[in-house]
Design a protein around this ligand. Sequence first.
Ligand code: ADP
Length: 229
Amino acid sequence: MIDIQGVSKSYQRKTALNNATMKLEQGKIVGLLGPNGSGKTTLLRILVSELRADSGSVSIDGEKLSPALKAHISGLTTSDFMPAGMTIQEAADTYESFFNDFDMERFHQLLKEVDLSPDMKIGSLSKGMKSKYALALAISRKAKLIVLDEPLDGVDPVAREEILRLISSGFSQDSTLLVTSHLINELERLLDEVYFIRDGEIRYIGDVETIRAEKKMSLDELYREVYRR
Ligand code: ADP
């Protein structure tokens, strides 16, 4: 269980995250949905220790997030982190040398599913292909928490479908996945649970099945209803 308690973060005078609280259970795919500028990346950067929260705490299975625990979190904030001259295989070898929970076999299997091959040069990949390869790297780690920031952003509808499939087939029940999107409806099929975010305030909305059964509306519609003034 990943426990995020009262996490806040401001940049100068701008409050990007206000008292964020979330409980993420093992085996669940959790969506954090909200428009651009609402604070999603700020939270993810805190979780991968790229950024320090001003207050609040994050713990994994009861232990406070520390440099040692950081190794149990997999995340990607950009897909341009490997040199363009490398092949996908070389990038995976580099990744494997950094992270001992990286599963090369799973990575190869996922690559195959999205029609990429290990000998392709990173510099020759389209934006959609790059997103797929980077995503395959991130979800091939046997991490306790995997965070994905806007995996559908800037990719065409066909690549979107493939990315959704990639995430659902690569996800292991031993892990927890937190995925953000400003495309509120697009991730719905993938998600077990949903949180909404607006102006740095996170709200737990519920599990997707219950929402579907009880509300009978799309997440977009629900988002608008929740924030109706
Ligand atoms: P999202 O990922 O939902 O688009 P962000 O977490 O990137 O949102 O940003 C939340 C708010 O914090 C926005 O208003 C953004 O302009 C602001 N912000 C983000 N990063 C910085 C920064 N490094 N310096 C100042 N303001 C920032």
